[in-house]
Write a protein that binds this ligand. Structure first.
Ligand code: HEM
Length: 455
């Protein structure tokens, strides 16, 4: 059974040689995946100048360890990251810093502890049941699985974290997020050049998006409070609204609470929806992989009551998700700016230098992986030689590691198993699907798929 096949398109082929600074900015705006030169996939460090500042593409494991694990206080998110993400995430967990971040992380961590997974799997299994029924009802037509997976991930985020169906909010929420990534989520030259304290022209438009987005989030909170008074489910929202700072005893302010809700919904669903999409995209071209997933899932109880217990048996399906996260990491880049000069794994990092630690590059690096361009889930099976700890970072690493990593892996594994157990899938056309890095790694268009019920 051959599972190893090259994927299309390969990583660096679309690179335009000799990009000067202005063209790097253009790539970062239009498709940041093209801002990495071919040698980045072979070397352990690339140093270049970008708008008068040093930019370091870092692949050396000891250097990554130093920056993300040993000395993270010296590295903050870049001004461009704040500009791009603040309208949607405010000062929630992903963008807060220092003592404020420590307090937020401590407060939120219990909601994402391993013991919460059974509760989560129940929500995921219910949503997966619904999506399988929905797909079965429309399977005679070619289907846009990107939209289906995004909606599903949003529904799961809403029900599992806030005990709230998202159907009513979905059209405006998706409209806002996709409109934002299509235009204002793309950094301009001024977004890189201006200090954060000086708004760039696009920042004014971003503030308008923020007002619309937060209005929607406040509606979600109001709706959730109404349910709470009828029957109090215990979920992330309860935890957020009853959280107290251990020192001051203060609760989150109404704005602080809204920022956390906004962060969890957007960080939690866009990435997971994409992980599911790319998993389906890859298996659509690999019938043997689908057969193996279907065989693994065939006799397991993956329903709302049984899934938490059977989940650990989905060993192969989980490996498929991990391999999809390697080839198409939804968070394609972790960018940091040095506060003070430092040395990371023997590499000199001047003050204010920008360091790119890019899962997109690391995961396809020729020295860190055997045949990186091949889709081969068996690399992640127990017993296979494990990759270097710093060569595989779909969720980051260190104190700022993704708080929702287990949540996302559980969700993607269970949904993939349910969908592939029910259907054999293939692409309905052969137009190339080009990955585009704008905030997340997205396909350039929503390809159509044909689904056939598995006998
Ligand atoms: C496949 C899905 C996901 C991927 C690929 C992903 C990726 C990441 C990465 C790479 C980071 C670290 C960023 C950095 O160090 O700069 C991160 C942080 C974060 N993620 Fe995720 N994530 C996923 C799912 C989720 C989910 C489901 C949630 C919430 C329910 C979530 C919430 C967050 C938050 C709040 C942070 C910030 C943590 C902090 O700074 O303390 N993510 N994510």
């Amino acid at each position: 059974m051959s599972e190893a096949r090259p994927i299309f398109p390969p990583a660096a082929d679309a690179w335009v040689p000799g990009l000067p600074g202005r063209d790097i900015a253009k790539a970062l705006r239009e498709n940041a995946l093209l801002a990495f030169p071919p040698e980045a996939f072979e070397e352990d460090v690339i140093v270049r100048s970008f708008l008068g500042r040093q930019q370091i593409i870092l692949n050396r494991p000891q250097g990554i360890h130093h920056i993300l694990v040993e000395n993270p206080e010296n590295y903050r998110r870049t001004a461009a990251t704040f500009r791009m993400l603040r309208p949607l995430l405010g000062n929630g967990l992903l963008l807060s810093e220092g003592e404020e971040w420590k307090y937020q992380r401590r407060t939120l961590a219990p909601a994402f502890a391993p013991r919460t997974i059974p509760l989560l799997t129940r929500h995921v299994a219910r949503a997966a049941d619904a999506v399988v029924a929905q797909l079965a009802a429309s399977a005679e037509h070619p289907l846009d699985l990107l939209t289906v997976m995004r909606s599903l991930a949003l529904e799961i985020a809403g029900t599992s974290m806030f005990s709230l169906g998202m159907e009513r909010f979905r059209p405006e929420m998706r409209d806002l997020i996709s409109g934002y990534t299509a235009h204002l989520g793309r950094p301009t030259l001024l977004d890189f050049l201006l200090p954060l304290a000086i708004p760039s022209p696009r920042d004014f438009a971003r503030r308008r998006v923020r007002r619309r987005w937060m209005k929607l989030i406040r509606q979600i909170i109001a709706e959730r409070r109404r349910i709470a008074s009828e029957a109090a489910p215990h979920d992330l929202f309860d935890l957020l609204s009853t959280a107290r700072d251990p020192e001051s005893g203060a609760p989150f302010s109404p704005e602080g609470l809204a920022d956390q809700v906004a962060t969890m919904i957007s960080a939690g669903h866009e990435t997971t929806g994409l992980a599911l999409f790319w998993s389906l995209y890859l298996v659509a071209a690999a019938p043997a992989v689908q057969q193996r997933i279907a065989a693994e899932a065939a006799t397991l109880d993956l329903g709302p009551e049984g899934a938490a217990e059977t989940l650990p048996s989905l060993v192969y399906t989980r490996a498929v998700v991990q391999e999809a996260l390697r080839l198409y990491p939804p968070a394609f880049m972790i960018a940091r700016q040095a506060r003070d000069a430092d040395t990371a794994g023997g590499i000199r990092v001047p003050a204010r230098a920008v360091v790119f630690i890019a899962p997109w590059v690391l995961h396809r690096h020729r020295r860190l992986w055997a045949q990186p361009e091949i889709f081969d889930p068996t690399r992640f099976l127990p017993g296979a030689p494990p990759p270097d700890r710093f060569a595989y970072l779909p969720f980051g690493i260190g104190p700022r590691v993704c708080i929702g990593a287990q949540f996302a892996l559980t969700e993607a594994t269970l949904v993939l198993a349910r969908v592939i157990r029910a259907f054999d899938i293939e692409r309905a056309g052969d137009e190339p699907v080009v990955p585009i890095g704008i905030v997340t790694t997205q396909p350039d268009h929503p390809p159509l798929f044909r689904l056939r019920r598995r006998a």
